[in-house]
Design a protein around this ligand. Structure first.
Ligand SMILES: Cc1ncc(COP(=O)(O)O)c(C=O)c1O
Length: 420
């Protein structure tokens, strides 16, 4: 076992000595990341500094409450971690108020709903089959169980959000909250249009930008903050931080959001994660992060164009972000089978429903690809074009798996994840 691995800090040797089984799992995971291409659109590679904060003794501290108002004593140091995170996030996003305690994107949305809604209230959100997230009204999720959710979709011809339909539904159903944001929607969302519809319908506007928040922070795409009453996000996708979530809101909603996070939906905050969020916000405030966000979007466009040139149709004709959805119906290969073939060739991506997908959700006619990890690894346009060609070969030519895997190894050797 190589205990000189740099990504677990100086204590890794202790873990290796005490618990070689788990230490080996950690090493194998780094090897897995290094050995393939991560095109799963929701994943990224956090920095050694973020990982170091995650591995700190702040893990041990109970700090229910907020800085200066904690339930337990001994929180002065933990307070500083949260104050730094909050101050940096406010600067980064230009929001009136931020709550950095949500354990995940899902609990951030849970808190936002709790602050704005009562059980049985109406919500209008993007349909799951058209790119919405399960927290936007799926029946298997609290959102679909506790609220009356009406869904809008994308147009058949453009595969982009039908703002006329959103307005019609908002005026007909008068939801208390309109949700914009998605998990598999490659185009920019017109937050100004949603704001106007929410105002006309007398609804709160909630933007769930779990995916795009880092692109917004880096100035690569327009921000939702000036338009939405509440913005929920994750810290582990395009923000490249620890696994977690956050909520931004206006001054008007600040105390309601804070009470909805704690004590309503969560217990003690994960203070080591809060410290790691502070590190990630600090990284995102640097000029290099602006370059990263711009590059992730450029790479998204190049990857989608490359796939189109090789005969795979990007849904909506392309992408404005780090992710693309691809229609595989012309290939005779399902999304699930494409996912399997690519994985065999060292390329990780996920099968995904495309709008109006004729195939069941477990099979699908599409795949979703993203550039966040590859961009962190320093890949650019030339690599994106090659990756597009490798993805297409892996899908269309099962006999080419070995040669595709060889090229994947070449790319990961020149652009490694977690370089030594
Ligand atoms: C749009 C959207 N909202 C919410 C979430 C939930 O985030 P988490 O997995 O951190 O709970 C995701 C995660 O994929 C997402 O894409």
């Amino acid at each position: 076992m190589d205990s000189s691995e740099p990504f677990y800090g100086p204590d890794f040797a202790r873990l290796a000595a005490q618990d070689p089984d788990v230490a080996q799992v950690l090493l194998d995971e780094v090897a897995r990341l290094r050995g393939g291409l991560q095109l799963i659109a929701s994943e990224n590679l956090s920095s050694p500094a973020v990982l170091a904060a995650l591995g700190s003794t702040l893990n041990d501290k109970y700090a229910e409450g907020y800085p200066g108002h904690r339930y337990y004593r001994g929180c002065e140091v933990a307070d500083r971690a949260e104050q730094i995170a909050v101050e940096r996030a406010k600067r980064l996003f230009g929001a009136d108020h931020v709550n950095v305690q949500p354990y995940s994107g899902t609990t951030a949305i849970l808190a936002a709903y709790a602050a704005l809604l009562q059980p049985g209230d109406g919500v209008l959100a993007l349909a799951l089959e058209h790119g919405g997230h399960i927290t936007h009204g799926s029946k298997v999720n609290f959102s679909g169980r506790w609220f009356h959710v009406v869904s809008y979709g994308v147009r058949r011809d453009t595969e982009t959000i039908d703002y006329d339909e959103v307005r019609d539904l908002a005026l007909r159903h008068r939801p208390r909250v309109i949700v914009c944001g998605a998990t598999a929607y490659p185009r920019l969302i017109d937050f100004a249009a949603f704001r106007a519809i929410a105002d006309e319908a007398g609804a709160w506007l909630l933007a769930d930008v779990a995916h795009e928040i880092g692109l917004m922070a880096g100035g690569a795409i327009p921000s939702a903050v000036p338009y939405a009453d509440v913005v929920t996000f994750t810290t582990h996708k395009s923000l490249r931080g620890p696994r977690g979530g956050g909520v931004l809101c206006t001054d008007e909603l600040a105390s309601g959001i804070d009470r909805a996070v704690f004590p309503f939906t969560q217990g003690g905050p994960l203070m080591h994660v809060v410290a790691a969020k502070a590190v990630a916000f600090g990284e995102a405030l640097r000029p290099e992060f602006r370059a990263y966000a711009a590059s992730a979007v450029d790479n998204g466009r190049t990857l989608a164009e490359g796939l189109a040139d090789e005969g795979l149709r990007p849904v909506s004709g392309g992408t404005d972000t780090h992710l693309a959805l691809v229609d595989l119906r012309g290939t005779g290969v399902s999304g699930a089978e494409a996912e399997r073939r690519c994985a065999e060739a060292g390329i990780l991506l996920n099968h995904n429903a495309i709008p109006y997908d004729p195939a069941p959700a477990t099979v699908t006619s599409g795949i979703r690809v993203g550039t966040l990890c590859a961009t962190t690894q320093g890949m650019g346009a030339a690599e994106m074009r090659e990756i597009a060609s490798l993805v297409v070969r892996a899908i269309r030519q099962p006999g080419a798996i070995t040669s595709v895997l060889e090229r994947v190894k070449g790319l990961t050797a020149t652009h490694p994840a977690y370089p030594r």
